[in-house]
Ligand binder design. Structure first.
Ligand code: SIN
Length: 506
């Protein structure tokens, strides 16, 4: 068998959300090729982010306070050094994006206008246009990428696998576009392929995010960290849409309250911070109200009221599309898959354990999110660690000689993807137990026998198998059969060797 391989003397960036594009810009003057499965700005969660970027930008705040909130939200699994790095480099990353043209909201004195979100000790979320941060930041970054002479962009290409040399070093990628395939060889590859929201029947992210980067890295032998930790945003608009539009947490930061169908406020008895309790706690409370048939609604009539259209234009438009006027009626809400805390294990420069392979953004596990990501830390992580990964990848100059026959991701037919999505939502959702997770694992096995190692099946299997093994409840991972948190916090580190999951010492 032969393989036509095109040489590229630079950095290949797979994925074009904020992490991928921050990496591409920061690799200058090294040549970069950005390979995206959709036109830039489409198909990435970054552009859908509403809240903004958390950073210590006010006089009252410090990176140490931000890092402390990040650690507390992560329920014992956050790497303190990485959280410190995120928080200390955060303000510069926000200013870098502002310098690229991201139009952050400002106060009268020119400082950043800051919102408060759950589990933050104070207002520290830099926002844009009220609730349109992701779109506006991405528009600014995309303009810079299109103008950058060191970057070329190829759209419509999906990842099929990684090229490796005889030592396991990653030396390129296999890609596919409309039935055509190609292989690109390069000294460095950065995976920035986003999360796994598309594996769930209810998600607040694009449906096309199916864990391909995570799966390709796992197939190549990379270490995967904490894949069982999936965050469910408590308040997605509950009007039967898939994906479900987000109802930003900043609304609760403004004082909007959660009530059931009888108008009873249910968070006050559950946590001292009520609606601003950590996300996992709010998500489980909403889940419980809905399961009990009482429904859950976000009531912003008093806290926001007539200002809703200007203050939260994105949420307002989504509500009006669904025939709801949030100025005068409560908004029906339900938890939806929102963010994958687990991912490809990296060091502080985005390097994975496979030489030549870097990861950034949601597909990576830098260690800053632990068991439960703090609100508005994801765009921040994408920028801070995207920049670091871009700089580090640019320093690699030698590409290995690819071996033939390195493993490739197969396709999963739409009908079976649909079965998988329903099973993930039912069995690896807000509340999990051994019976459901075992049933889900059986399904991934049956579908893998039929279709081979597809990206969604590998990502689902990693999530389900590690969730089954974690016999405790911690952060976003809640087991109804093990409701207590274990005394010792242990990260999950696994590899996938010849189809078998192996656990590594944390
Ligand atoms: C939100 O606006 O509620 C989402 C923010 C985030 O997930 O970080």
């Amino acid at each position: 068998m032969t393989m036509d391989v095109i040489d590229f003397d630079g950095v290949l960036v797979i994925g074009a959300g904020l992490a991928g594009l921050s990496a591409a810009l920061s690799a200058a003057p090294r040549r970069v090729c950005v390979l995206a499965s959709a036109p830039l700005g489409d198909g990435c969660s970054s552009a859908w982010a509403q809240g903004g970027m958390a950073a210590a930008l006010s006089d009252a705040d410090t990176p140490a306070l931000h890092a402390a909130d990040t650690l507390a939200a992560g329920a014992g699994l956050v790497d303190a050094g990485r959280a410190g790095l995120l928080a200390s480099e955060g303000p510069a990353a926000v200013r870098w994006l502002a310098g690229l043209g991201a139009p952050f909201d400002r106060n009268a004195d020119g400082g950043f206008a800051l919102s408060r979100e759950a589990a933050h000790g104070q207002a520290r979320v830099a926002r844009v246009g009220g609730d349109a941060a992701g779109r506006a930041i991405m528009d600014a970054v995309i303009r810079q990428v299109r103008m950058a002479s060191h970057i070329e962009v190829r759209e419509g290409w999906s990842l099929r696998g990684l090229l490796q040399d005889a030592t396991g070093r990653v030396c390129g990628v296999r890609l596919a576009k409309a039935g055509e395939t190609c292989a690109l060889r390069a000294p460095a590859v950065i995976l920035a392929t986003g999360g796994i929201g598309g594996l769930y029947a209810g998600a607040s992210t694009p449906r096309t995010l199916l864990g391909e980067g995570l799966a390709a890295a796992a197939l190549a032998g990379a270490v995967i960290a904490d894949p069982e930790f999936v965050q469910f945003h408590p308040t997605a608009l509950d009007v039967g849409r898939d994906p479900a539009p987000l109802v930003t947490e900043a609304l609760r930061g403004e004082g909007a309250i959660l009530v059931n169908r009888d108008g009873q406020r249910f968070m006050t008895g559950l946590h001292p911070d009520a609606e601003l309790a950590p996300r996992d706690i709010v998500a489980r409370a909403i889940h419980a109200e809905r399961e009990a048939g009482r429904g859950a609604f976000l009531d912003a009539r008093k806290a926001v009221g007539a200002h809703f259209p200007e203050a939260f234009p994105t949420v307002y438009a989504a509500c009006r599309d669904a025939g709801i006027d949030p100025r005068i009626e409560p908004i029906p809400v339900a938890p939806a898959c929102h963010y994958h805390m687990g991912g490809i294990l990296t060091d502080a420069d985005g390097a994975t354990r496979l030489p030549g392979l870097f990861a950034a953004g949601e597909c990576a596990s830098t260690g800053v999110h632990g068991a439960n990501r703090l609100a508005s830390n994801s765009l921040l992580e994408a920028a801070v660690f995207g920049i670091r990964a871009g700089r580090a990848a640019a320093r690699r100059t030698l590409a290995g000689r690819p071996l033939l026959g390195t493993p490739e991701l197969s396709a999963l037919p739409e009908a079976d993807l649909s079965r998988l999505r329903s099973a993930m939502s039912r069995d690896a959702g807000v509340i999990r137990d051994a019976a459901g997770l075992s049933r889900l694992l059986d399904l991934t096995e049956v579908l893998t026998q039929a279709h081979g190692p597809s990206g969604p099946l590998i990502a689902a299997r990693l999530t389900a198998a590690c969730a089954l093994e974690r016999q405790e409840s911690r952060g976003a991972h809640y087991r109804s059969d093990y409701p207590e948190m274990a005394p010792e916090a242990q990260r999950t580190l696994v590899t996938l060797e010849a189809g078998t999951l192996s656990r590594m010492a944390a």
